[in-house]
Design a protein around this ligand. Structure first.
Ligand SMILES: Nc1ncnc2c1ncn2[C@@H]1O[C@H](COP(=O)(O)OP(=O)(O)OP(=O)(O)O)[C@@H](O)[C@H]1O
Ligand SMILES: [Mg+2]
Length: 334
């Protein structure tokens, strides 16, 4: 977290789902900054709260059962949680662009890709239709789609997965967003296309000066693109700091375990390390540190008390009793 004026400043964000099985603490007191022109990587196993983080920022959490219970999300100093629905519609696809995992579900099958880019431009700018069309074709070219004039008139099903993802990026970038949120943007793609899309996002970031939140369970992706990284587990930030430091010297046992689980091409697949145990149910969380049932280094205190996220003198934030004795304030919930 930097002290310089960040583009996005999220503080103490709590998003819960009120289900029949109980309250799901999907995001519990999460704070982070995204500096201008920087990429924050958010990483963690399935169910750790990565997508709910993105959806909370966009105010797209399914409600009911979900609700942003507390916290602030400041974009350039303004709390977007206080904006009206109408204002939020302008922010989404305007100041904040978003790319989801599966472009086929986010693109509308009955409209041409050109129309969908144009629609977003018309909604968020003063362009007339002719200008919007020119801009849409320019965006298709910018994201590396060959023959953009021809592709403009095609439907999503006529494009490959990689091309559809490029169209999603074109839509997200067509209004010059200051923040681009990418939720698993390459998971559905093969490795070569994945590398191309990541390179494209990086290039566009350099050209436009936008900030990026890159969400993925793939640490390899994060290590290629992120300046800072937040490691999430069970709705909480476990470790947070400069990406290269966190990756070379992880402090939280969970981060260390995640790093060990990256497939190493030189090693046998059989030797691939998996983190034993399961992610806890977020409606029936264990007492103490949420990771302690799976932690090889767990101590007695870890079973009894919740560690707080503490900041080391070098700026690294870690939620672990091995690195501090800070106990999280007793909250009303379990
Ligand atoms: N609509 C919903 N109703 C109830 N619980 C939900 C809902 N959406 C998300 N959750 C819960 O919130 C928690 C966090 O989910 P989230 O989708 O953010 O995980 P994730 O880190 O993005 O995982 P993945 O890597 O699988 O995408 C999960 O326990 C999930 O079951
Ligand atoms: Mg997700």
């Amino acid at each position: 977290m930097t002290d310089k004026q960040p583009l996005l400043k999220v503080r103490d964000l709590c998003t819960y789902f009120y289900t029949e099985e109980g309250i799901v603490y999907a995001l519990d007191d999460v704070s982070f900054d995204v500096a201008r022109g920087q990429t924050l990587g958010i990483v963690g196993e399935s169910g750790s709260g990565k997508s709910v983080t993105a959806l909370s920022i966009m105010r797209l959490v399914q409600s009911p059962p979900g609700r942003i219970v507390s916290g602030t999300v400041e974009l350039l100093g303004e709390d977007i949680l206080k904006k009206s629905r109408k204002e939020m519609k302008q922010i989404r696809g305007g100041k904040i662009g978003m790319i989801f995992q599966e472009p086929m579900t986010s693109l509308n099958p009955v409209y041409t890709v050109g129309n969908q880019i144009m629609e977003s431009i018309l909604l968020h700018s003063d362009c007339n239709r002719k200008q919007a069309k020119e801009r849409a074709i320019e965006m298709l070219r910018l994201v590396g789609i060959p023959l953009p004039e021809k592709r403009f008139g095609e439907y999503p099903h006529q494009l490959s997965g990689g091309m559809r993802q490029r169209v999603m990026i074109a839509i997200a970038l067509s209004c010059n967003p200051q923040l681009l949120i990418c939720d698993e943007p390459t998971t559905a793609l093969d490795v070569t296309i994945q590398a191309q899309i990541l390179e494209l996002i990086n290039d566009l970031k350099q050209q436009t000066g936008a900030s990026v939140i890159m969400i993925t369970h793939d640490l390899g992706v994060i290590s290629r693109v992120a300046d800072e990284v937040m490691v999430m587990y069970a709705g909480k930030a476990m470790e947070y700091g400069a990406a290269r430091d966190v990756f070379t010297q992880p402090r939280h046992p969970y981060t260390a375990a995640l790093l060990k689980s990256i497939p190493n091409l030189e090693e046998d697949v059989e030797r691939l390390h998996v983190i034993e145990g399961m992610v806890p149910s977020l409606s029936k969380r264990p007492q103490g540190c949420l990771f302690h049932p799976r932690c090889k280094q767990a101590m007695t205190v870890c079973q009894e008390k919740r560690p707080a996220l503490t900041t080391a003198p070098d700026g690294r934030r870690v939620r672990c009793f091995l690195h501090s004795d800070a106990v999280e304030k007793e909250a009303a919930h379990g």
